[in-house]
Design a protein around this ligand. Structure first.
Ligand code: F6P
Length: 342
């Protein structure tokens, strides 16, 4: 049995931990061989492979990024994409494919599996934590830790200058990072994509915070939108899955706040800092368990499935189910944290 492995989409801390677990268990317990595909779906599309054996995965557990590389290549959008992927998998004598990715990468795996008979097992990853069917994706915990540390630091400089500090975090459709880091970091305003915000209300919270002689911290997810208006973007370029590149709402907010409250405001955009570097212990634990269970699914011939965390158990769910809809922040949960606003 030869198993292919690829990592696609935006990278996140813990990818290497999955690869290591898959290879270690696959070689040691089942005697499998592995082929790594470079840069997500580009690897099988172009037949670009990398050696993947136990020496290749030694020492990678705490390393951020992915030893396989990643990209947002979409084989469904490439000429003869499906055919080329299938042909290259056959050429490399790959019997099954472990696909580690988010909504887009796993969406492709679902179609390849359901419609074209490619034997895929999915592993959910994204710092955004927005995949349904799993309680958490790895990478999220690390990102929240980084954002929380940044908020802690911003509090002291905000207090020194008595100015507003706006922190823009990642989160395209889901505000999980904003919500968790904002709550953990004691933010005074948290804005998420799921709930359009009223700029007047935001300014009201800021003014009341100043009245209490404290400097406000506003945490905003990059996908958050004002009530009356469009998504605020720096540029409108698209990636290969057709998603517009985000960021800009933080800068916009600081300007609006200054204009409306007369208080000085600054913005920090955390950007890819949230995705880089070493994974937290929780993410290493989760990624490793996902890897162990993914190779077990291959051994069982249980294809078209994605491993998922439910409670403390790793379960297998149909991949299509996991990618059919996004897991967004429940309005009740958002209301619950509202007690700290202002
Ligand atoms: O998909 C995760 C994510 O971190 C989003 O929150 C963000 O919009 C996107 O990746 C940015 O990715 P890139 O800069 O790699 O296109």
């Amino acid at each position: 049995m030869r198993v292919g492995v690829l990592t696609g989409g935006g990278d996140c801390p813990g990818l290497n931990a999955v690869i290591r677990a898959v290879v270690r268990k696959g070689v040691q317990e089942y005697g499998y061989d592995f082929t790594g595909f470079r840069d997500g779906w580009r690897g099988p599309l172009e037949g670009d492979t990398v050696r993947l054996d136990i020496p290749a995965v030694r020492g990678i557990l705490p390393r951020g990024g992915t030893i396989l590389g990643s990209s947002r290549t979409n084989p469904l959008q490439s000429e003869n994409g499906i055919h080329r992927v299938k042909e290259n998998l056959a050429k490399c004598e790959v019997d099954a494919l472990i696909v580690i990715g988010g909504e887009d990468t796993l969406g492709v795996a679902t179609r390849l599996s359901d419609e074209y008979g490619v034997k895929c097992v999915g592993v959910p990853k994204t710092i955004d934590n927005d995949l349904s069917a799993t309680d958490y994706t790895f990478g999220f915990n690390t990102a929240v830790g980084i954002a929380t540390e940044a908020i802690d630091r911003l509090h002291t400089t905000a207090e020194s200058h008595m100015r507003v500090l706006v922190v823009e975090v990642m989160g395209r459709h889901a505000g999980w990072i904003a919500l968790h880091s904002g709550l953990a970091g004691g933010a005074n305003v948290i804005l998420i994509p799921e709930q359009r915000f009223d700029i007047e209300r935001v300014c009201g919270w800021i003014t009341s915070r100043f009245k209490a002689s404290y400097a406000p911290i506003v945490v905003v997810a990059e996908g958050a939108m004002p009530k009356d208006g469009e998504m605020v973007l720096k540029d409108g370029t698209l990636d290969s899955f057709g998603h517009v590149r985000l960021s800009g709402v933080g800068e916009w907010l600081a300007k609006e706040i200054e204009k409306r409250t007369g208080k000085e405001a600054r913005t920090t955009v955390l950007g890819h800092v949230q995705r880089g570097g070493t994974p937290s212990a929780f993410d290493r634990w989760l990624a490793t368990r996902f890897g162990l269970h993914a190779i077990e699914a291959v051994r069982d011939g249980d294809f078209g499935k994605m491993v998922a965390l439910q409670g403390t158990h790793i379960v297998r769910v149909p991949m299509g189910e996991a990618t059919a809809r996004l897991k967004t922040v429940d309005p009740e949960l958002y209301t619950e944290v509202g007690v700290f606003f202002g």
